[in-house]
Write a protein that binds this ligand. Structure first.
Ligand code: MN
Ligand code: MN
Length: 468
């Protein structure tokens, strides 16, 4: 053995996933990614993602767990929580008390929500007031074509789904920005202050109607139009949930189409690969489960976030329907024997901003799925920090199933940081590790991922389901 060979056998070098794939895998990757792009276009809100997931699950033979009284190995079930959460499971052949394998992703993304009293008129234009959701850079949102997605109740108390701005023939909406000619004051501000949250008002109309004794003639025209079209009034907005999202579709990026650019990769890239992972497995030894949660971008709070009891309730119901009972002790035993992949994105090293990353420990686009022992910020605050034993076990499963993976840390220490749902799953006393796709321009209206990494995430979740 030459010194060079010995050095290579002793040292670690990460691999580009594209170089590790054969023609066959490259073909599967392209197919998976074009289906993923469809998922992105159809699912721009958590409700829409749950709807897409349910459709895909039903088509693959999953039944609603509410309608099933007894579960046997091979059964495929799902359970939906308030249209914003879905739990899916494939019952394994081994004793459920020995634990289950869970993959969890989130399906909410940074966006602009409408306020409860959003509609107003100014300078003969009608606008909607917004409240941003999640950690976004406000300056990225003006002058973008925007779509409105959400639900609202009409005068008969019926819930209506609204989605405007996605079809080619639809109008879009927009937040205007100052022309450079008059932006002297704005341009000298800090980037965090250049666009103020209260100026992120969405333009929705500008055609006044003749109306005697009515001052706000554009607002009046819009209210009349909305009332005719949807049977709603201004008060209807108070209980509505509307999300303003970029109107563009997912696109291939690059001459070689090696990347996908889209709104909402965080975390729909992991949600989609998790969904496809559980759909594409059959007869696992351990029961396999997937959960798609909401509210991760605002701290996993609320009854549809990862801190909600929903997952435990769904697991308890599944145990009872599998073995006939579910005592607290039985539930505890299942949880402590279970393992979870918290499937969430990591930050890819950006060639334009190399200085924020530490090259040996950051994840790179194209180098496969990133497995992160810990996330958090500063001195690892808000991180669950997976145990060595579990990291070793997961790494082995990946290696023996030809999953190209890399480690990942969110930038240089003290540069910033972030968290995922891992800490809340870990708090239940379960082994959990973060595992997901590296993303460029994370939290922007057009995030970018490498197709090879999407494919490797899919392979990773399947390998975890079938081999742990
Ligand atoms: Mn995320
Ligand atoms: Mn995020």
């Amino acid at each position: 053995m030459t010194d060079k060979e010995l050095f290579e056998s002793l040292s670690y070098e990460k691999k580009n996933a594209y170089l590790a794939m054969d023609e066959n895998e490259l073909g599967e990757m392209k197919e998976l990614c074009s289906d993923y792009m469809q998922f992105l276009d159809n699912g721009k809100t958590e409700r829409e993602c749950v709807c897409e997931a349910e459709k895909a699950a039903r088509a693959a033979g999953f039944k609603n767990m509410n309608e099933v009284s007894k579960l046997v190995p091979g059964d495929k079930v799902y359970k939906i929580n308030r249209e914003k959460n879905i739990f899916m499971a494939v019952i394994g052949s081994e004793d459920i008390l020995d634990g289950i394998n869970i993959v969890g992703a989130h399906i909410d993304s940074p966006r602009l929500d409408l306020k409860q009293n959003p509609l107003y008129e100014s300078t003969d234009m009608a606008l909607l007031k917004t409240h941003y959701y999640g950690g976004l850079k406000k300056y990225q949102w003006p002058t973008l074509p925007l779509a409105i997605h959400g639900v609202i109740f009409n005068s008969k108390g019926e819930k209506i789904n609204i989605c405007i701005g996605e079809k080619d023939e639809d109008p879009v909406f927009v937040i205007t920005d100052l022309l450079p000619h008059l932006a002297k004051d704005q341009m000298s501000k800090k980037m965090t202050e250049g666009i103020e949250a209260e100026n992120m008002n969405v333009l929705i109309g500008g055609m006044p109607v003749e109306a005697k004794d009515v001052k706000e003639k554009v607002k009046f025209a819009i209210l009349k139009l909305l009332n005719e079209r949807y049977d709603i009034t201004e008060k209807s907005f108070q209980s509505a949930e509307f999300e303003i999202v970029p109107a563009q579709k997912a696109r291939n990026v690059g001459f070689d189409e090696s990347f996908v650019g889209s709104y909402g990769h965080d975390d729909r890239v992991c949600a989609y690969t998790t969904l496809r992972g559980i759909i594409d497995i059959d007869s696992p030894k351990r029961t396999a489960a997937a959960i798609l949660v909401d509210k991760e971008e605002i701290g996993s709070m609320g009854n549809t976030g990862a801190q909600s009891a929903f997952m435990m309730m769904a697991i308890a119901e599944m145990i009872e329907k599998t073995i006939g009972t579910c005592t607290v002790t039985q539930l505890n035993r299942v949880i402590e024997n279970s393992a979870c992949m918290s499937s969430d994105v990591s930050a890819a090293v950006d060639p334009n901003y190399l200085s924020v990353s530490e090259e040996r420990n950051s994840s790179y686009a194209g180098y496969g799925v990133a497995i992160m022992k810990y996330t958090g910020a500063r001195g690892k605050y808000d991180s669950s920090d997976a145990n060595a034993e579990f990291v070793y076990e997961i790494g082995n499963i990946m290696d023996s199933n030809n999953v190209i993976w890399q480690t990942g840390e969110l930038g240089k220490v003290d540069q910033g940081g972030g968290g995922t749902i891992a800490q809340y799953v870990a708090n239940l006393n379960m082994n959990v590790i973060d595992c997901g796709v590296p993303v460029l321009s994370m939290h922007s209206p057009f995030e970018v991922v490498a197709k090879s990494d999407v494919y490797m995430a899919y392979k990773a979740y399947k390998a975890f389901y079938m081999n742990r």
